[in-house]
Design a protein around this ligand. Structure first.
Ligand code: CA
Length: 244
């Protein structure tokens, strides 16, 4: 569903030696992923259970977590949520579960990306790279003034959104979608949003649709009849500034 081109030139020095925590209880698969990421230049550490994942999260302070869902002890999805409460580092789910509902729940609980097991190792490496680049770009932004309208206040420096007076718990992806649409000031197609938020390697309008749906749940008064992030039939999505 998501296709990726291999383009090693996209990888820059900032990703070198980034720390990736691999959470996986299947020993052989874990070793394979570990070897692949290590060969690709990452510093890696392994956790074989959810509880160990959280301990390593504190001790190792990874730049990214690759997280299995079916784990002994604490479930992967709970690990995802726990990490998201403490940090905004990218969390990529790596799971055998490939149903839409599984993915939606993972995005809802703070995952940035979702890889279904069986994907080529090259794809795993590429998507780890994409997530780290996005995180790095986000971290190097800042110092820009805020955006404000009668319902939405964005603090670009702190990367937070306050919706109708309440801090919104947006994932990195949701935040970037919202900011991209606000900054554009005109409709953006799903593929434009994909390129802007995920990167040129991605080719899945569905991914955009899911995350727009999640974003609406968090910022709209009525997510089924959105008034902020609206769909422009035939064009894509647009942010409409509310009237005072
Ligand atoms: Ca497992």
């Amino acid at each position: 569903m998501v296709t990726l081109m291999q383009d090693t030139s996209l990888r820059d020095r900032t990703e070198q030696f980034s720390k990736v925590l691999i959470v996986e209880d299947a020993v052989d698969l874990c070793a394979a992923v570990d070897a692949t990421l290590y060969d690709a230049g990452y510093d890696t550490r392994i956790a074989n259970s959810g509880d160990q994942a959280l301990r390593e999260f504190y001790a190792y302070q990874p730049d990214l977590v690759l997280l299995d869902l079916g784990l002994p002890g604490m479930a992967g999805i709970d690990v995802c949520e726990a990490i998201r409460r403490m940090s905004n580092i990218p969390v990529i789910i790596f799971s055998a579960l490939g149903e839409t509902a599984d993915k939606l729940e993972a995005f809802d609980r703070g995952a940035d990306d979702y890889i279904v097991k069986g994907a080529e190792m090259q794809e795993v490496v590429a998507r780890v790279g994409v997530a780290l680049r996005r995180a790095h770009t986000a971290a190097s932004e800042g110092g820009v003034s805020d955006y404000s309208d009668p319902q939405v206040h964005i603090d670009f420096g702190r990367r937070t959104a306050v919706i109708r007076g309440k801090q919104a718990e947006l994932t990195r992806t949701e935040y970037e979608l919202l900011v991209s649409l606000i900054s554009a000031g005109q409709p953006m197609s799903a593929s434009q949003l994909l390129r802007k938020v995920w990167g040129p390697e991605y080719n899945s309008d569905e991914l955009v649709k899911w995350h727009i749906g999640r974003l609406r749940k968090k910022i709209e008064v009525d997510p089924d009849n959105p008034s902020l992030v609206v769909t422009r039939r035939g064009f894509g999505y647009m942010y409409v500034s509310p009237q005072a």
